[in-house]
Ligand binder design. Structure first.
Ligand code: 1GP
Length: 243
């Protein structure tokens, strides 16, 4: 099934949780085990990606191991043009809108376009905004970070994302951030735009997840909690309970 249509049909009756797995953070076999736990905890989709360069071979074998453990759909969350795999169900075709580096605005996208077309993989156009503290993605992506409480700047970007025709909008505090994007920012954006809002970075427990969802997030993403927690199943189950 078309991934975007699947996301939209789930959103008709509940909010969505996505689990981010970074193929560079552990061996592929371990990524598969984490996926099995996340699947059991009730995650809806898997995102495969990270900010450091990951070659397509590592993408392929990681996705293969994850595929063996779950039937949930797998979306590539790319950090560069090399992070492509024919085995994924879709890829976020994203623009880091507040980057100062043209490569992250259109460069990697142009560099990968012909290959993606040839593979026939579903591309989901997504506006990607990086907020303070930004962590690795803020640094690597040369982002002009948006303040986590800066509603006006965030709103201008969000409306621009809608005008560009992006089908999703991702508000990112950076993987491992101590706090997610401010709730005031999420609420203000939700009131103004009609595309689903994804919030990720810094969501590590039920309370954080609850506050972000109450503020209006349609989709939440967690990565660190799955990779670093001593019991990823319990940690994730707690967060998914907020949904
Ligand atoms: C990173 O938003 C994701 O792109 C996940 O962040 O690792 O902090 O959960 P965490």
């Amino acid at each position: 099934m078309n991934v975007y249509r699947n996301i939209m049909s789930i959103l008709k009756y509940k909010k969505v949780h996505m689990t981010l797995i970074d193929p560079a953070a552990q061996p592929p076999e371990k990524s598969g085990d984490l996926a099995e736990k996340a699947d059991r905890a009730g995650t809806d989709f898997f995102l495969i990606g990270g900010s450091t360069d990951i070659n397509s071979h590592l993408m392929d074998i990681t996705i293969e191991k994850i595929r063996a453990k779950t039937e949930k759909q797998i979306i590539i969350f790319p950090g560069s043009r090399t992070m492509i795999s024919r085995y994924a169900d879709a890829i976020y075709y994203m623009m880091l809108m507040n980057s100062t580096n043209i490569d992250y605005i259109v460069g990697h996208q142009i560099g990968s376009a012909s290959v993606l077309k040839k593979l026939g993989i579903e591309t989901i156009p997504m506006g990607y905004l990086v907020f303070e503290p930004g962590m690795t993605v803020g640094r690597v992506g040369n982002a002009r970070l948006i303040g986590r409480e800066d509603e006006n700047t965030a709103l201008s970007y969000a409306v621009a994302a809608e005008f560009f025709g992006f089908k999703l909008l991702y508000l990112e505090a950076g993987s491992g951030a101590p706090e997610p994007v401010g709730c005031n920012v999420i609420t203000r954006i939700k009131e103004a735009v009609n595309i689903p809002v994804i919030v990720g970075g810094g969501i590590r427990d039920y309370e954080k997840a609850r506050s972000v969802l109450d503020a209006g997030a349609d989709i939440i993403v967690t990565g660190t909690v799955v990779e670093k927690h001593e019991n990823p199943y319990i940690a994730l189950k707690d967060i998914i309970n907020a949904i």
